[in-house]
Design a protein around this ligand. Structure first.
Ligand SMILES: Cc1cc2nc3c(=O)[nH]c(=O)nc-3n(C[C@H](O)[C@H](O)[C@H](O)COP(=O)(O)OP(=O)(O)OC[C@H]3O[C@@H](n4cnc5c(N)ncnc54)[C@H](O)[C@@H]3O)c2cc1C
Ligand code: FES
Length: 231
């Protein structure tokens, strides 16, 4: 784990409100881990690593508020202060068939797990224009399916409805997912009912990111340190 200033190598437009920032950073990181990104004069915010190459890493940022909009104003050559990586990440060691689900910008957090496993995957969003990272995921996943709530692309319905359809024709041992909390809740319910294991990456407001301040606690668990991935 380290704190350092990194240079942005490349900025990729993923959607009208989402950009990927690729930066040189040779730290070791596992799929599902995150970094704390400091935006001077604004805030320090958690961001999942959407790419974990040996030399370069990336974050994929949806502009929703002050800090993320400030990040969107940065371009190649600008610098970022980051610390991490933090969190436990996904456990990819168990054998058996995996199905990986990314909902909305949560797709960023599962991207390294798709790249590492080549597993079947679902990328879901409200509409076609909200789908991100599908080109990249398609290069790794053996079977990538797209779902949109309005049917503008791929399966007409939500990620959990598509997961149920896929699980009815193929046996899965474990579902790995990140996305809106309501999606994770119904993924959990479906996995319980279908007796499939699951690992879900949760989000909470974070300050230290390292298990010290207590602001991300759910019951007796710190999302930053004991998570963000929970089974
Ligand atoms: C472990 C972890 C990993 C994360 N990974 C990513 C990631 O890979 N990419 C990414 O874009 N974000 C990610 N987030 C969420 C991100 O940290 C927040 O979106 C960010 O802190 C918002 O800061 P802000 O100052 O821009 O917005 P704020 O001013 O804090 O919020 C502005 C408004 O947007 C709403 N809002 C905040 N977050 C979200 C959200 N995620 N979706 C929709 N509305 C929201 C708030 O309720 C508020 O109304 C992650 C969060 C955690 C805890
Ligand atoms: S953010 Fe401080 S304990 Fe989790």
């Amino acid at each position: 784990m380290s704190e350092c200033v990194v240079r942005i190598e490349k900025v990729i437009d993923e959607a009208y409100d989402t950009k990927t920032f690729v930066f040189e950073w040779d730290a070791e990181a596992r799929p599902g881990q995150f970094v704390m990104v400091w935006i001077p004069g604004v805030d320090e915010i958690p961001m999942s690593l959407s790419g974990i190459g040996d030399r370069c890493k990336s974050i994929t940022v949806k502009a929703v508020g002050e800090a993320t909009k400030a990040l969107h104003r940065l371009s190649a050559g600008d610098r970022l202060r980051i610390r991490g990586p933090y969190g436990n990440g996904f456990d990819l060691s168990s054998p058996g068939e995996k199905l990986i689900i990314g909902g909305g910008v949560g797709t960023a957090a599962v991207m390294p797990a798709i790249a590492a496993t080549g597993a079947d995957a679902i990328i879901a969003a409200r509409t076609d224009k909200d789908i991100i990272l599908d080109d990249l995921a398609g290069r790794f996943s053996r079977n990538l399916r797209i779902a949109t709530d309005d049917g503008s692309r791929g399966f007409h319905g939500n990620a959990v409805q598509l997961m149920r359809e896929m699980a009815s024709v193929k046996h899965y041992d474990c579902v790995l997912a990140c996305g809106p909390e309501v999606m994770l809740y119904f993924t959990y319910k479906a996995c319980q009912e279908l007796r499939i294991g699951c690992q879900l990456s949760l989000e909470r407001y974070m300050k230290c990111g390292a298990g010290v301040c207590g602001c991300c606690v759910i019951d007796d668990m710190r999302v930053c340190k004991d998570g963000p991935v929970f089974d």
